[in-house]
Design a protein around this ligand. Structure first.
Ligand SMILES: [Zn+2]
Length: 413
C-alpha cells in the first residue's frame, strides 16, 4: 500500500434515515379478491393520470394536479387522501421517467400507497389496517416478532400494500430510523466477486461461496433459449414464460443470497465491534464497466449493487459502521510492501518481498488497510495494523457461522 496516493474513504453517515419494514401479510379481515380489485382500480387510475401527464410539456404543480384529477378520482369512490396519494405517485413516476429519458411508464405491480389517514399500524399486534374506498382490510404481518418489534415507537409515513404474482400480500412501511453506528475496535473487509466473497479481519482470510454463479447460469440459459428461437421467442408464449421465469429466479437468488450474507456479516461485525469495509464502487466502477454488456458483467453489477444495499440496510438496523474505500488498484498492489503485483492466473508472488496470495485475498487485505488508514480521519483514532505475513491456519472457526466455508489462510510464505 505504500506508494498509493489516493485513499479517500467515505462512511455511511450517522443520523436520520429511512428503514423499511417489509413483511408478508395475510388477511384476517376482508377478501383477497376484493383487495386485488382495489389494487387493480388504483393501478388503473394511476396509469390514467400517468398517461395524461405524459402528454403535457410542462408538468403541473401539486395544486394544479389536485384541480385536474381530484374530482375524477373522487367520482370513482377513492377516499380523499388516497386521491392525493394516487396523483402524487403518478407525478413522481412521470418525473423520474423523464429525468432518465425513459419511455412512458407502464405500471405492472399491483400496489397501493396510503397515508396515516387511511391506514393504521399496530406493531404490538402485528396488524395493519387499510381503508380503500369503502372497504376495510385487516392484514396480519407474518414476520418474526423480534424484527417487527424494532420498529415499535418509530415514526412512519405511509403504508404500501401489494400483491405479487403468486398472490401473496406484502406490506412495506418506511420508518424514520436513527442510525448511530458504534465506534469500531476492529475492521472486517470484504472483497466481492461473482464466485466468492473474501473476508479479512486483520488475522485470517475466509472465503464464502456466493450463489451468484447459479443466478448467472439461469441468465445464460435464458439467453440460449433466445438464440435457439431467434424469431419465435417473441411470439411464443411458452418460450417467453420460461425465459421470464429464469430471469425472475436469477434475480431472486441474488436478492435472497445478498440478504442472507448481509445479515451474517453485519451480525458478525457487531459481535466483534468491527466496522465493515467495502470497495466504493459507486462511480468509478459502475461507469467504466457500464459499456460491457456480457451477461457476467451485467449480473455482477446487479449483484454488487444488491449486496451493497443489503449490507448498508442491515448495518443501519444494527448500528454497525460501514466504511467505503477507493477501489482503485486494490488487487494490483502488494499489501505487505506496496510493490506492483503481476498475476499468473489468479495467483501472485510479490517481486519485491515474496508475499504470495491470490487476487481476492490481495483485494480484501488492501481494502482492510485502506479502511484502517482512514480511521483517524473518520473516527479520530487509529487502530494498529496487523502484520500482513502471518500464517494463521485454522484460527477463528466457530460453530455459529453456518455460511462459512473455511478453506485456509492464504497469507504469506
Ligand atoms: Zn511485496
Amino acid at each position: 500500500m505504500r506508494g498509493l496516493t489516493t485513499t479517500m474513504a467515505r462512511v455511511v453517515p450517522r443520523g436520520e434515515k429511512m428503514l423499511t419494514l417489509k413483511a408478508q401479510g395475510v388477511l384476517v379481515d376482508g377478501s383477497i379478491n376484493e383487495l386485488r380489485e382495489e389494487l387493480y382500480l388504483t393501478r388503473r387510475a394511476t396509469q390514467y393520470i400517468v398517461d395524461a401527464l405524459w402528454e403535457l410539456d410542462k408538468l403541473p404543480s401539486i395544486n394544479q394536479l389536485h384541480q385536474m384529477f381530484y374530482g375524477v378520482l373522487r367520482a370513482q369512490g377513492f377516499r380523499a387522501h388516497q386521491c392525493k396519494q394516487v396523483y402524487k405517485y403518478a407525478l413522481s413516476i412521470v418525473k423520474s421517467a423523464r429525468e432518465n429519458n425513459g419511455k412512458k411508464p407502464v405500471l405492472k405491480k399491483l400496489s397501493v400507497r396510503l397515508d396515516k389517514y387511511d391506514s393504521r399500524v399496530d406493531l404490538e399486534k402485528q396488524l395493519v389496517i387499510v381503508k380503500l374506498r369503502n372497504k376495510v382490510f385487516k392484514i396480519k404481518l407474518l414476520h418474526r416478532r423480534e424484527y417487527i418489534g424494532k420498529f415499535i415507537d418509530k415514526k412512519w409515513y405511509e403504508v404500501i400494500v401489494s400483491i405479487d404474482r403468486q398472490g401473496r400480500i406484502w406490506v412495506s412501511i418506511p420508518f424514520k430510523w436513527s442510525y448511530k453506528p458504534y465506534e469500531p475496535r476492529r475492521i472486517i473487509s470484504i472483497d466481492i466477486n461473482l464466485r466468492k466473497i473474501v473476508i479479512f479481519n486483520g488475522r485470517s482470510i475466509r472465503r464464502i461461496d456466493t450463489r451468484f454463479m447459479e443466478a448467472l447460469s439461469m441468465k445464460i440459459h435464458a439467453e440460449r433459449l433466445q438464440k435457439k428461437y431467434p424469431r419465435m421467442w417473441r411470439y411464443n408464449r411458452r418460450i417467453q414464460d420460461r425465459m421470464r421465469k429464469l430471469h425472475r429466479r436469477s434475480r431472486n437468488i441474488v436478492i435472497d443470497w445478498s440478504r442472507k450474507f448481509a445479515k451474517y456479516i453485519v451480525l458478525k461485525a457487531r459481535r466483534t465491534r468491527s466496522a465493515i469495509a467495502l470497495e466504493d464502487l459507486d462511480k468509478l466502477w459502475f461507469n467504466s464497466s457500464r459499456k460491457s454488456k456480457t451477461l457476467a458483467d451485467k449480473l455482477s453489477r446487479f449483484a454488487y449493487r444488491k449486496l451493497q444495499l443489503a449490507i448498508i440496510t442491515k448495518a443501519m438496523e444494527y448500528n454497525v459502521p460501514v466504511i467505503f474505500v477507493n477501489p482503485r488498484n486494490t488487487s494490483s498492489i502488494c499489501p505487505r510492501c506496496g510493490a506492483r503485483l503481476v498475476y499468473n492466473h489468479r495467483l501472485t508472488v510479490c517481486p519485491r518481498c515474496g508475499f504470495k496470495a491470490d487476487r481476492d485475498t490481495v483485494g480484501a487485505m488492501n481494502i482492510y488497510l485502506r479502511a484502517l488508514r482512514r480511521m483517524w480521519v473518520v473516527y479520530g483514532y487509529h487502530l494498529n495494523a496487523p502484520p500482513m505475513n502471518n500464517e494463521n491456519r485454522g484460527r477463528g472457526r466457530t460453530k455459529d457461522e453456518p455460511m462459512i466455508t473455511y478453506i485456509k489462510s492464504y497469507t504469506s510464505i
